[in-house]
Write a protein that binds this ligand. Sequence first.
Ligand SMILES: [Zn+2]
Length: 251
Amino acid sequence: MKIVVLLSGIDSLIAKKKIEIDYPDAEIVSVYYDYGQPFKDNDLASLPDDVEVRKFDLAPDLYPGGVSDVNGRNMAAITLSCQWYQPDMIVCGFLYDEQGSYKDDDIIFCNLMGRILQRIYNKPIKVTSPFFEMRATKSEAIEWALCNGFTIDDLTRTVSCMFVEEVGHQCGTCFKCFTRYMAFLYNGIDVYKQYQNHPFSKAENLNNVFDRVSNSDYIYTEAMRYFLKLSDEYDVAFALSSRSINNYLKK
Ligand SMILES: [Zn+2]
């Protein structure tokens, strides 16, 4: 069995490990697609050495401001992977809590794509995303990874920032930096020192935290409980509205 993993960052790195465990006898190829994203050097510096790099072009005006997560890129990468590798399975790192930004980042897309590929290549080609199928969030994927052989360093070495100025730098405040920060916090790991700015220094991110904690979002509440080093009895929403965060940011 031949499996292609579309490797790009922390989510797909964890998905690859899951596939290695689930399919111990498979031939697994990791591929990174360079489609002109401004942060590709940062991605490549954090990925394993055995990843194969392939290129394709996307129209540059699709990502004004350097934001290169664009609709259709996953579909293009999967199509090219079939051409290059003739796999039986293609694995993506989609997560349940990050679906819907594009139309090619969820399990419905995976299933549809698999059916198209089967018609074209006249053999079953499964397109899958193991943690999406488990309905796992990024926080839960990281939790799984820490229980299945990843060290904290393996995971924190990855980068997710959309606005990279130089290799190794992560802005801290873009949506990807923020969600990554919260997912690590949930697992008791505070990665703020990796960021140029603290994720909570942006009002939009802090409001997101307020909204989700006040709506009893379990993941964010647990993350903030760690952040504020609260006891279980303490009211997280109250603590958020206090000066705790500001005090923390001044340290
Ligand atoms: Zn960022």
